[in-house]
Design a protein around this ligand. Structure first.
Ligand SMILES: [Zn+2]
Length: 266
């Protein structure tokens, strides 16, 4: 009996740890200490029906990648993100990692890797559908099925949602909020799918930043080879720009995780 009590006490302690980390740590402490489970640790803050527009944390940029995972491109990006110490958010399509689709098992391994490395995973529907046109059964297929399949892969549901084509209406927003999602839009779109090569994408990204000097949430696609090639160039450019601005005493654009955009809502 005594042993059972001890075990119960230890389990309670373990269960309380993530909540404790949020309550007592600073943001940077949490990011540093809990790599590999960040998305889940932040769940109590994300699951409140917020909407991130990209203007919440001036002076910073956050990276989001849509339409993956793809075992041919995403792993290269994951190594680049680790190399630069950047935490990104991946908005995933369920059809890419369903066990019975082509490439499904390979893409499931990539999903586990994204999660293990401490990035956020968000729902981007099963088949990249416009959610303003979904019927009730369409909602189950497109939104809820992604949660089920993801649970099967990493044991967790996603708490972030990005609407395909950026299309949402009040009904959809209300329902996503009730289902515990924070909707993440973007305000920096270099249109990476239109870029002819890495240099062109770097130029597009520079133009977007010059037009939005306060920064915000970037939209890229980890399924796009040009994006993967351009990513290190983009990061090096942001770093050089920051050094130059710092020397001038002007405001910089720090690269941060999406939690900085959600923190401002609390
Ligand atoms: Zn998309």
């Amino acid at each position: 009996m005594q042993l059972a009590h001890q075990r119960l006490f230890i389990w309670c302690l373990i269960a309380a740890l993530p909540i404790g980390a949020i309550a007592w740590g600073t943001l940077d402490d949490i990011r540093y200490k809990t790599k590999g489970a960040d998305g889940n640790l932040w769940a109590p803050y994300m699951g409140r029906g917020y909407m991130v527009k990209g203007e919440e944390a001036p002076g910073t940029v956050a990276f989001t990648f849509d339409d993956g995972p793809d075992h041919r491109t995403t792993p290269v990006l994951l190594n680049q993100l680790d190399r630069y110490g950047i935490k990104a958010a991946f908005f995933i399509n369920g059809a890419r990692f369903h066990p019975r689709t082509a490439g499904g098992p390979e893409n499931q391994a990539v999903l586990r890797d994204i999660y293990r490395r401490g990035h956020y995973l968000g729902n981007h529907t099963f088949n990249h559908k416009d959610i303003t046109r979904l019927t009730e059964s369409g909602w189950r297929t497109e939104v809820l099925q992604v949660e089920q399949v993801l649970r099967g892969v990493i044991g967790r549901r996603p708490w972030l949602f990005r609407p395909p084509f950026g299309r949402v209406n009040d009904t959809g927003l209300a329902r996503l909020g009730r289902e515990g999602y924070t909707v993440v839009m973007w305000n920096l779109d270099p249109l990476d799918w239109k870029a002819t090569d890495a240099a062109d994408l770097l130029n597009r990204t520079r133009d977007v930043i010059e037009q939005n000097p306060k920064g915000g949430v970037f939209l890229f696609h980890d399924t796009n080879r040009t994006t993967i090639q351009a990513f290190p160039l983009i990061i090096e450019w942001i770093r050089e720009r920051n050094s130059r601005l710092r020397a001038e005493g002007s405001p910089t654009l720090d690269i941060v995780g999406l939690e900085h955009y959600i923190r401002s809502k609390r």
